[in-house]
Design a protein around this ligand. Structure first.
Ligand SMILES: NC(=O)C1=CN([C@@H]2O[C@H](COP(=O)(O)OP(=O)(O)OC[C@H]3O[C@@H](n4cnc5c(N)ncnc54)[C@H](OP(=O)(O)O)[C@@H]3O)[C@@H](O)[C@H]2O)C=CC1
Ligand SMILES: O=C1OC[C@@H](O)[C@H](O)[C@H]1O
Length: 589
């Protein structure tokens, strides 16, 4: 919790220093063992060493998570003086993990097989742990961030080793670690934003992105408790505090509001904000169900007053931030929606993230894994198929012990789409550590492609068919790291030949792509879009939101129909799972 304050830094320094010395000792022991002739005793010893390292890394999870959550906690002068020492133990730990990985993967195949599970336990948490530390350092000790960046070297190798051991393919960009862009000077009349609720997500989603947007000032926040809002405002450098959410809506100097309330309150507060003429950035999932979505997005209340800075009706956007990152556009440019045969989107949250008292387990507040994680997995499917599903064929869910039986902890849903393709999605609030990265996997039916594009000469009456598979790793937070792997299989055959006919010629082509900026996508129409490699999904989202409010082009946009489609997918899944839909708000604004 951010309220745990700076203590978290002290805990982390001591935990990393302890882990460093254990891992150093085990590394020495493992190097010695690797030189010995193979024997059962050697294997057992090696397993023990690897487990000791793994145990040490497990001990880092809590302190590192606390660091990651502490966000912008300022460090005292005294603490800052320990940062170089901290960077030493952090880096030494990672160089030793890398070295252990190299030694063990260098063993003969049969010996490696015997210690592989233990090795996975070391390599898999290494990257997420590093990310948490870097997130903290970037914000709270940014002057020292450079020193920590040398970790990118062992991390790249750790990824390569993971690929070798568990066939997990991730392409890493160094720039990913700079998540705290410098503040920029503001325009003469920037858009003034207010936040409804002192929510956990707001620093990442709006407070930090606003600092580097010249046309945005984060002016005010309200919480149900004034003291909480005041502390929050001080911590995040927000100039004003409003007594109530409604006070923000009544303030004529506020142009836009960000609504990070529990899902069950999204509909009513979005309606109130629109009525007050505010532009609305509304957290996902947009509302509680598709009835609310249709009312909110498809039948806007008539006669809404104009916002002072807008040229038309207020803007309303569901904050599906991941769809605003250049990587999403690059991924979609490799999809042919009409030819998608199957698509599966997954998203997991490690089990320690949310306790049973979290809003996500509260039915009345719109809780449930399908609501929360499903907002990403379902919207991804509707974009990939460019359609909403015709039917949810099946949906299995489970609940978390001691929580409301109407609230799903995890789900696995299958859909039929209008083109005959099959969509699948799964998510879990209580996933094991190793299931970390969100992923999308898409297969296509064969499509005819231009022979010149694939550098092939055709004979009379022939055509080239391409059958494509794509995997997008970390589609939810691609700014942290991502990879898009495209596998194409080509076949030259007689036009119209039946599927079983052998091709005259066939070949395969694979590529792994990434895009942290619009320029890197190489896509036309996006080249004038600003962006830095370290821009988060939220920063990219804010850019487009402001463009829309200002009446400028928005090359990347999610309209109300998309949000309605997502809620239709979620409703269908709940119905198939025989769980009730979250309640519809009947209050009139
Ligand atoms: N885009 C993204 O990446 C993410 C989006 N989200 C979305 O943001 C929203 C908030 O999530 P998160 O920040 O994790 O949640 P929090 O619990 O931290 O924030 C919810 C906010 O709602 C306010 N609130 C108002 N009424 C209630 C009530 N009856 N019970 C509880 N809280 C209430 C809280 O109050 P107060 O007024 O007291 O401050 C609190 O600040 C959700 O819709 C979630 O799906 C969440 C995480 C990531
Ligand atoms: O990005 C996210 O990941 C975890 C979720 O629970 C959260 O609400 C979501 O937006």
């Amino acid at each position: 919790s951010p309220l745990a304050g700076v203590q978290v830094f002290n805990n982390a320094v001591s935990a990393f220093s302890k882990a460093e010395s254990v891992v150093q000792q085990q590394h020495d022991q493992i190097s010695r063992l690797a030189k010995e002739a193979p024997s059962e005793a050697k294997t057992v010893e090696m397993q023990k060493c690897l487990l000791a390292v793994s145990q040490s890394l497990s001990g880092l999870i809590d302190p590192a998570l606390a660091l990651g959550n502490a966000g912008s906690t300022p460090l005292s002068k005294d603490q800052l003086s320990y940062v170089p020492e901290f960077s030493q133990s952090f880096l030494s730990l990672y160089f030793n993990i890398e070295a252990i990985g190299k030694i063990v993967t260098g063993l003969k195949k049969d010996q490696l097989a015997q210690v592989q599970p233990e090795l996975e336990l070391i390599l898999s948490p290494a990257v997420p742990l590093a990310r948490l530390v870097l997130a903290f350092i970037n914000v709270s000790a940014s002057a020292h961030a450079e020193a920590f960046l040398s970790v990118s070297h062992p991390l790249r190798n750790i990824y390569a080793l993971l690929k070798l051991v568990v066939d997990l393919d991730v392409k890493l960009g160094l720039e990913i670690f700079i998540s705290n862009p410098s503040p920029v000077p503001k325009t003469s009349k920037p858009l003034s934003f207010g936040i409804l609720g002192a929510a956990d997500i707001a620093p990442a989603a709006i407070i930090l992105p606003a600092k580097s947007h010249p046309d945005v000032v984060l002016q005010t926040v309200a919480a149900r408790d004034l003291a909480k809002a005041t502390t929050y405002a001080q911590k995040h450098g927000i100039p004003d505090v409003a007594k109530t959410y409604q006070d923000i809506l009544d303030d004529p100097n506020i142009d836009c509001v960000y609504i990070p309330l529990p899902n069950g309150l999204h509909y009513i507060w979005a309606q109130r904000a629109l009525k007050a003429g505010k532009h609305v950035l509304l957290e996902k999932p947009s509302v509680n169900n598709s009835t609310e979505a249709e009312r909110l997005f498809l039948s806007p209340a008539p006669g809404l007053p104009r916002s002072p800075s807008s040229h038309s009706q207020p803007v309303l956007l569901e904050a599906t931030h991941s769809l605003f990152h250049p990587a999403w556009a690059l991924f979609m440019s490799h999809i042919t929606p009409s030819a998608v045969a199957s698509a599966k989107s997954s998203l997991w949250v490690p089990r320690w993230f949310f306790g049973a008292d979290n809003i996500r387990f509260n039915f009345d507040l719109g809780g449930g894994a399908l609501m929360d994680l499903g907002a990403y997995t379902a919207s991804a499917l509707t974009h990939i198929f460019d359609a909403v599903a015709e039917e949810c064929v099946s949906c299995e869910t489970s609940t978390h012990p001691g929580t409301d039986p109407r609230v799903d902890r995890c789900f696995h849903a299958r859909y039929r789409f209008p083109n005959g393709g099959v969509g699948e999605m799964e998510g879990d609030f209580k996933a094991p550590l190793l299931k970390f990265s969100p992923e999308i996997y898409v297969t296509h039916k064969p499509v005819v492609v231009d022979a010149a594009e694939v550098d092939t000469k055709l004979r009379q009456g022939e055509e080239v068919l391409r059958t494509r598979e794509i995997r997008f790793t970390n589609y939810v937070l691609p700014s942290a790291f991502h990879s898009i792997t495209v596998h194409d299989q080509f076949a030259v055959r007689e036009k119209g030949a039946s599927q079983g006919t052998s091709p005259r010629k066939s070949w395969k082509k694979s590529k792994t792509l990434k895009a942290y900026t619009w320029r890197e996508t190489g896509l036309s129409g996006f080249d004038t879009q600003p962006g830095e490699p370290h821009w988060s999904t939220y920063r990219n989202q804010l850019e487009q939101f402001v463009n829309k409010v200002r009446g400028r082009d928005t090359p990347q946009w999610i309209d109300g129909k998309d949000s309605v489609n997502t809620m239709r997918m979620i409703d269908m899944a709940y119905t198939a799972a025989k769980l009730p839909l979250r309640p519809t708000c009947e209050e009139q604004v």
